[in-house]
Design a protein around this ligand. Structure first.
Ligand code: DAK
Length: 258
């Protein structure tokens, strides 16, 4: 499918989305976010796709929402049009794992987009931040909430109130990045991770994603209870029978994704 602001393609069982506004540092305009949602829903519905990778270019994952679009908005414009919210919430609705492969700047909405993904793999040149305060506004796509939950209150306050950027090593220490790799290895690493996940039983992968995300929405005892119910339900899967039989028979499992 041809898009204006992204590229979307499949490689094996991995759906790869590349943000493609290089001259604007991949600033996230409404068209890009609408296309991103469309491509992600397409991959989510495609039985041939088991995991999704979102990336940018070497200089920028995304330098935030497009400031040229926002600058003349009034309160009513933002409120009545539910400013970009509908297109941003798509990311959270996708049920297959989404990996952000981040090189260069991930700022404002770019950092928020990365934090909406399930795994963040960063190149050594990646820089993460919430510089909205420079523009006279606060983060608006979950930055204050996800940074406080995924990193800490101290990091959330520090980044949101000073606009300073974290490098990849600090972001990994803070907990928002899962691995850091050299820039020239970023896509190999991200695709290898996605490929590995896509090789497992798709319903199990989707249930694990759903269960981990529960940890951020509920109490520990409710979360563990939910995990137990999901675990019990997995004994209805052909893939559970196959996975355990393959272990006992000392062979590779042949998952059928059901
Ligand atoms: N918007 C529009 N254009 C941008 C941009 C952005 N966010 N970031 C960069 N550009 C453009 C620059 O204007 C420049 O364009 P030309 O002058 O060439 O036409 C081009 O990209 C290259 O940028 P620079 O010349 O500035 O390049 P440098 O290497 O010197 O600096 C930089 C790179 C990324 C450090 C710098 O461009 C920068 O500071 N950019 C702005 C970063 C920023 O403030 N980001 C936060 C934006 S606010 C919400 C959802 C999301 C949001 C809010 C609500 N809802 C769901 C309600 C998000 C808000 C934000 O992200």
């Amino acid at each position: 499918m041809a898009y204006e602001c992204i590229h979307a393609t499949t490689r094996g069982r991995v759906g790869l989305i590349t943000l493609n506004r290089p001259k604007q540092m991949n600033a996230l305009n409404p068209k890009l976010m609408q296309e991103l949602g469309e491509a992600m829903y397409g991959f989510d519905a495609d039985d041939g796709v088991g995991a999704i990778v979102i990336t940018g270019n070497d200089k920028a994952f995304a330098a935030g929402a497009d400031i040229t679009v926002m600058k003349n908005y009034s309160y009513m414009d933002a409120f009545r049009s539910n400013y970009i919210t509908r297109d941003w919430e798509h990311i959270r609705n996708v049920r297959k794992p989404v990996i952000a492969a981040v090189a260069g700047y991930a700022l404002g909405g770019g950092n928020e987009l990365a934090m909406m993904c399930d795994i963040v793999i960063a190149a050594e040149n990646a820089k993460f931040g919430q510089p909205e305060i420079n523009l006279g506004v606060s983060p608006g796509a979950g930055g204050t909430q996800r940074l406080a939950r995924f990193a800490s209150k101290a990091k959330a306050m520090d980044l949101c109130l000073t606009a300073r950027m974290m490098d990849a090593a600090e972001a990994e220490r803070a907990g928002i990045v899962s691995r850091v790799v050299p820039l020239d290895k970023l896509m190999d690493e991200a695709m290898a991770v996605a490929d590995k996940i896509a090789g497992y039983s798709l319903p199990v992968v989707m249930m694990i994603k759903e269960t981990v995300n529960r940890a951020y929405e509920t109490t520990l005892s409710e979360g563990v209870h939910y995990e137990r119910r999901i675990f019990h339900s997995m004994f209805s899967l052909d893939d559970q029978k196959e996975g355990m039989a393959a272990f006992v028979e000392k062979r590779k499992p042949d998952f059928k994704h059901r």
